[in-house]
Design a protein around this ligand. Structure first.
Ligand code: 6PG
Length: 247
């Protein structure tokens, strides 16, 4: 099914959410007999999913040689800094499971977040094989996302010009809107939207206030993010959804 509509799937708790996400990610891998590209996300929401992907029974179901791992945004800190998003994914599962050549971090040792953005855009274009995104040929099989308390996704914060970027695939963001207050590098909405599935993960009561605003249709980056020609799926546990969600 391809739809511009958001599809919300409710699960009981964080463990069920991680298992459901793992099944969806592996399902998308199974749909692609060629080279697979997964765009990971930072923050705390995907950690349980990353732990599952790195152990059985999921580990053995992933065609590691064919899967390339990217990151939707990163904090402009050293690769081994605990705040580095790709560093977190590497420590949890990638370094143990994926061929090194298939791991594509943002170069946070570049001179500035803007240089890092330019380098990552070049790397993505090289991987994709073209300088312009062609909607029927998505860049990614799956784009994972979390939502911040202000409705940001990746490092696209509400009201920032980066949210409206259309030409660039990757942008530097000099100041974050929420902690950690370090510069960021982020894929733009068109690059993130070039996917077969955009998969959000929201778990816990802390997410309920922002989920309430999202469902009210506020103009937030989280509400603008859509898979251009694929499916946009929000996996939420019951605690993250407002009481009146089904009314
Ligand atoms: C980052 C993230 C960011 C994150 C949301 C949700 O670098 O911080 O990529 O967009 O996904 O802020 O974060 P949590 O999962 O920690 O709530």
């Amino acid at each position: 099914m391809t739809s511009l509509a958001r599809h919300i799937i409710e699960v009981t708790d964080a463990a069920a959410l991680a298992a459901a996400a793992a099944e969806r990610v592996i399902g998308r891998m199974n749909d692609n007999p060629g080279r697979i590209a997964i765009c990971l996300t930072g923050g705390s929401s995907p950690k349980q999913l990353y732990e599952l992907l790195g152990r059985e029974p999921y580990l053995g179901r992933i065609p590691w040689d064919r899967v390339h791992w990217f990151i939707g945004d990163d904090r402009f800190v050293k690769a081994d800094d605990p705040l580095n998003n790709m560093g977190m994914a590497r420590r949890i599962f990638l370094d143990r499971c994926a061929p090194a050549a298939n791991i594509h971090p943002i170069s946070t040792h570049a001179h500035s977040p803007y240089d890092a953005a330019r380098l990552y855009e070049e790397e993505l274009k090289d991987f994709y094989g073209a300088n312009v995104l062609d909607p029927p040929q998505p860049l990614f099989d799956v784009v994972l996302l979390g939502v911040g308390p202000d409705g940001h996704i990746a490092s696209l914060f509400p009201g920032y010009p980066a949210v409206d970027a259309t030409g660039e695939w990757v942008v530097g963001v000099s100041e974050a809107h929420v902690a950690p207050f370090v510069p960021r590098v982020s894929l733009t909405l068109p690059a993130l939207g070039s996917c077969r599935e955009m998969l959000f993960e929201l778990s816990g009561a802390d997410k309920r206030p922002i989920m309430t605003r999202v469902l009210a249709g506020e103009d937030l980056p989280a509400n603008r993010a859509r898979a251009a020609e694929g499916d946009t799926v929000w996996l939420c546990d019951s605690a993250a959804l407002p009481e009146n969600y089904r009314d």
